[in-house]
Design a protein around this ligand. Structure first.
Ligand code: SF4
Length: 342
């Protein structure tokens, strides 16, 4: 992969991490709130879409729980009047772009994303000006304004597929996740990808030494790593040189992890991603054991969405997410190209 064309900067200054609220509701109170959510959803003809990193009680009340790609597809197909996005801002924007006539709600506007904050449309325009012949591939974790400046959108589930669909002689500017860029480049066997130096502050914390430690503690388990993890470049190299078992090391989106575990004969897995995924894993595969590679990998943005916030959002039909028409029209091109390839 070509070296970075943009110097790494302190992206941390661009966002404020909200505090993670500790919920002390009793199981009966959680059930009562979930019933209220369902009743309101019916009244409003609303569909609730939840990401795998949401709180368990929010996942349990949702109509669909999935990764960004599947949630975009679910949003594109819904006939509900209202979409409640239990996820983060760029996901709600994607739904608003695909379905401008619907009411798209994000129950807490603090639900941002450090990765999406890594790049602004102005920065992208400057970057493109340096390589005008390049094709721009934007990870779905970007603002609508950045997607509008891009040729293709992708998710962690289909990044390699999108990259592979671009003619081999065209250089690619891949943004904003430098770790996903390295996985996509290797999986698609592309040498002409220039990666933007962005990252997710949660996945960056999943470090090579934690992988080494967990593999030493459980030498026979399978290792499942999300491509946004800070350890992916080192782990890809180690899987090649034999330091990690190549046949038991996988780089997968959250949806890919669920699929893989369902077909694997292994019963124990090290999981490198945000902890919210463990709810679905333990629910779907109670006979299997999962160890988080980093037990502190918690996304404060995702955890802003609580049952109380979902109830308030459905009661008031706020906060509503909209995207200016011109930006939405341009951003939709890159999202549609991705969905065509999905
Ligand atoms: S886990 Fe990272 S990429 Fe995902 S929403 Fe949180 S900050 Fe963004």
């Amino acid at each position: 992969m070509a070296s970075n064309a943009v110097e790494e900067t302190a992206f941390g200054g661009r966002y404020t991490l909200p505090p993670v609220e500790i919920i002390t509701d009793s199981p009966a109170e959680i059930r009562r709130k979930q019933e209220r959510v369902r009743a309101l959803a019916k009244e409003r003809n609303a569909v609730l879409l939840a990401h795998h990193y949401q709180r368990p009680e929010v996942q349990e009340v949702a109509d669909a729980v999935a990764d960004s790609l599947k949630l975009s597809q679910a949003a594109a197909k819904t006939d509900a009047d209202v979409i409640v996005f239990c996820g983060v801002h760029f996901m709600a924007e994607t739904a608003a772009i695909l379905l401008p006539e619907k009411i798209v709600l994000l129950p807490d506007l603090r639900a941002g994303c450090s990765l999406a904050a890594s790049i602004t449309p102005e920065e992208l325009r400057k970057w493109k000006a340096k390589m005008p012949d390049a094709v721009v591939v934007a990870y779905i974790n970007t603002s609508a304004a950045v997607k509008a400046e891009s040729d293709y959108c992708c998710t962690s589930a289909n990044a390699a597929k999108v990259v592979a669909a671009i003619p081999a002689d065209r250089p690619i500017l891949f943004l904003p996740d430098k770790f996903l860029a390295s996985v996509a480049a290797r999986q698609a066997n592309r040498g002409n990808i220039v990666a933007y130096p962005g990252y997710c502050h949660v996945h960056k914390m999943i470090r090579p030494e934690q992988v080494t430690e967990i593999m030493e503690e459980h030498p026979d388990i399978e290792l499942l790593l999300h491509p946004e993890c800070g350890c992916v470049s080192s782990c890809m190299a180690k899987a090649v040189d034999g330091t990690l078992p190549a046949d038991r090391t996988f780089f997968l989106s959250t949806e890919g992890m669920l699929r893989h575990i369902g077909t694997s004969t292994s019963t124990e897995f090290a999981v490198g991603t945000e902890l919210g995924i463990l709810h679905q894993l333990n629910k779907k595969f109670p006979e299997k054991t999962f160890h988080p590679v980093n037990p502190d990998a918690i996304c404060a943005f995702m955890k802003t969405i609580t049952l109380d916030k979902v109830i308030a959002s459905l009661e008031t039909l706020t906060p509503r997410i909209t995207v200016p028409e011109e930006i939405a029209r341009k951003a939709k091109r890159s999202i549609d190209r991705m969905l065509e390839l999905a």
